[in-house]
Design a protein around this ligand. Sequence first.
Ligand SMILES: Nc1nc2c(c(=O)[nH]1)N[C@H]1C(S)=C(S)[C@@H](COP(=O)(O)O)O[C@H]1N2
Ligand SMILES: [Mo]
Length: 258
Amino acid sequence: MARIRKPIPGVDPKLLIKDAARLLPDPTRRLFLRGGASLGALTFLTGCDIVDGASAEKVLRRISEFNDGAQAMLFNPNKLAPTYPESAITRPFPFNAYYPEDDAPEVDAADFKLEVGGLIDNKEPWTLERLYALPRESQITRHICVEGWSAVGSWQGVRLSEFLTRLGADTRAKYVWFQCAEGYSTTIDMPTALHPQTQLTFRFDNEILPRKYGFPMKCRMPTKLGFKNPKHVIGVHVTNKDLGGYWEDKGYNWFSGL
Ligand SMILES: Nc1nc2c(c(=O)[nH]1)N[C@H]1C(S)=C(S)[C@@H](COP(=O)(O)O)O[C@H]1N2
Ligand SMILES: [Mo]
């Protein structure tokens, strides 16, 4: 998120968010403000990337067309995020991290083991071979970065809820914490962990997840902003304690739902 402070020509993000909130009908307005009112959330609501003054105006126009109720559902943890056709996939898909692409961690597949811990029955680490044998699903969804860009990608993996079942996880616990190879981390709420589109992802665009996109696995959740989608996952912990995360510890909105 190094680009977070990059100005968008002709756009004051604070004013845009304020104007958008004013145009939103209740209860969407309340949910928008409570959910951390961000450019990312506006992108998600309207499907427009905010890159200049013209696109910001388009966002406000779209927002003013909203009607009560329908959009409020976007903030509901049980609601599905929109899915897209293959033709909508953004190519090339952007890379983003708190470091340049060349510094993405190199994880050795042969001796990799996913550590699992916390409130679970089966604590045996998982080899990639075992993970790859899990039932697989595919999704084409929009990834939205809080910096104001978004992109549609294609991801394949196992539902996180299915994986948690295999672990014998206590799903009454509050959180799932993800630990990443290069020191990144994030904590998500259990309702998001159990959401049907939350995926432990091994493939991008039907190919083994490339290094830059998070080899050997990431957690994909289209109902959360990009920074809540950890790449290079090496550990999954079920916990009642909020263990924070790389950006959360720097003050980013914890929930960051859309
Ligand atoms: N391990 C790790 N995961 C991460 C990050 C990171 O720096 N390290 N950055 C996050 C942010 S801010 C974004 S927008 C997405 C970018 O994912 P992409 O490179 O597949 O576009 O990864 C998220 N997950
Ligand atoms: Mo991001």
